[in-house]
Design a protein around this ligand. Structure first.
Ligand SMILES: *[C@@H]1O[C@H](CO)[C@@H](O)[C@H](O)[C@H]1NC(C)=O
Ligand SMILES: *[C@@H]1O[C@H](CO)[C@@H](O)[C@H](O)[C@H]1NC(C)=O
Ligand SMILES: *[C@@H]1O[C@H](CO)[C@@H](O)[C@H](O)[C@H]1NC(C)=O
Ligand SMILES: *[C@@H]1O[C@H](CO)[C@@H](O)[C@H](O)[C@H]1NC(C)=O
Length: 341
């Protein structure tokens, strides 16, 4: 063990010495991402994101290595970003995590297989607006932060339910993610789950979701609390889950017709995402994360989905990620669920 730490410490020191020169005058983020995670950058990162590890500790050296690795990744990822709207990758709150740690903590959605959407490939989309955003109708709750708990699947499902409830004419009430996390027994709480399994469970049990204020989020799996039905706000009557690959225009129609959609995605490269429209570095049919699709915009050169994530507002575009429409980028169309209340 000592040997490993010693090795890490030596490597970190060498890196620090090698990279110290590049840090003399780094101003723009763009220049920053070209560098190899200099020591000065790492120290300001540690301050910005309130890391508690102290300089010269083994933890510090290890995190510094991961940080340097992240900045190398950023340079590679950004080399594909050719136009102004393209996604940008760089330093964020995940930059001192190894890719494995990030996966283990945040990418805990199990993949759902959904039947192909049976609708027509063409037509139906003609009447659709060029852009549409459920946030404009004030039916989308603020971005949440799942923290160090693999609860994305619960956030996406609860997000869809509370929005559809508001679209149906009720006041927008934030519903309890913790209730779904604790009570949806086919899923594994903070160790992961699937939106479709959670929806099946909600439909079968007819359990009414209570307000978030009555059953607050703890970022830990706990014992399921039961409430009398009169406490509950709304139950899921039914849901659909379809594979819209090759039919993303029909998916746009589905969103406009039914409300925000719970979807699963491959989010491995999202560890480094800063903003812009994702066109690369994501695969379909390798889902590991769940999100809420709330809108789209096809007015620019690159049409994109507007997707709410649950990693807080400091991530991405104030908590949102934009994904190019067409080509099933990040598997956004792999399994897309609509809820009916
Ligand atoms: C750093 O760069 C900025 C802008 O390029 C410049 O104004 C400033 O004087 C430089 N600072 C040092 C210490 O070289
Ligand atoms: C850095 O990244 C490379 C390539 O992704 C990987 O093989 C290596 O294990 C990483 N090193 C650390 C310390 O995470
Ligand atoms: C639920 O939705 C499916 C798919 O649209 C439909 O076939 C089924 O009849 C619905 N079930 C109920 C109980 O509404
Ligand atoms: C839609 O996209 C266009 C082109 O990228 C952009 O100028 C516009 O601000 C976007 N609209 C909204 C509401 O975000």
């Amino acid at each position: 063990m000592r040997g490993v730490y010693l090795y890490l410490a030596v490597t970190a020191t060498v890196f620090a010495l090698l990279s110290a020169r590049c840090c003399l005058n780094v101003s723009s983020d763009e220049t920053r991402t070209k560098l190899n995670g200099c020591a000065v950058d790492f120290i300001s990162f540690r301050e910005q994101f309130h890391r508690s590890y102290v300089a010269n500790s083994a933890e510090f050296d290890l995190r510094h290595l991961y940080f340097q690795n992240a900045t190398k990744r950023h340079a590679y990822l950004n080399s594909f970003s050719t136009v102004a709207q393209s996604a940008k990758y760089g330093i964020n709150q995940f930059s001192d995590f190894s890719q494995e740690e990030f996966r283990d903590l945040y990418l805990r959605a199990s993949a759902d297989r959904a039947p192909l959407f049976p609708g027509l490939k063409t037509g139906k989309t003609e009447g659709l607006p060029a852009k549409f955003d459920w946030r404009d109708k004030a039916v989308v709750a603020p971005v949440q932060n799942q923290q160090a708990c693999g609860s994305c699947w619960a956030f996406s499902v609860v997000g869809a339910v509370q929005s559809v409830h508001a679209i149906d004419g009720s006041q927008l009430v934030e519903l309890s993610v913790q209730q779904v996390l604790d009570c949806s027994f086919q899923n594994e709480g903070c160790n992961g789950g699937s939106p479709v399994q959670a929806l099946k469970w909600l439909k079968q049990t007819k359990m009414k979701l209570v307000p978030q204020s009555e059953y607050p989020y703890k970022a830990k799996t706990g014992i399921c609390h039961f409430f009398s039905q009169s406490h509950g706000v709304v139950a899921v009557k039914n849901f659909t889950a379809y594979d819209f690959s090759g039919q993303e225009e029909a998916m746009m129609g589905h969103l406009v017709e039914h409300g925000p959609l719970a979807a699963i995605v491959d989010a491995v490269s999202w560890q480094d995402y800063l903003g812009g429209i994702i066109q690369h570095h994501c695969s379909s049919q390798r889902s590991n994360h769940a999100v809420l699709v709330v809108g789209y915009n096809t007015t620019g050169d690159i049409p994109y989905w507007i997707v709410q994530n649950s990693w807080g507002t400091t991530w991405g575009n104030e908590g949102y990620v934009y994904i190019k429409i067409g080509g099933n980028v990040c598997g956004i169309a792999d399994s897309v669920a609509a809820v009916f209340l």
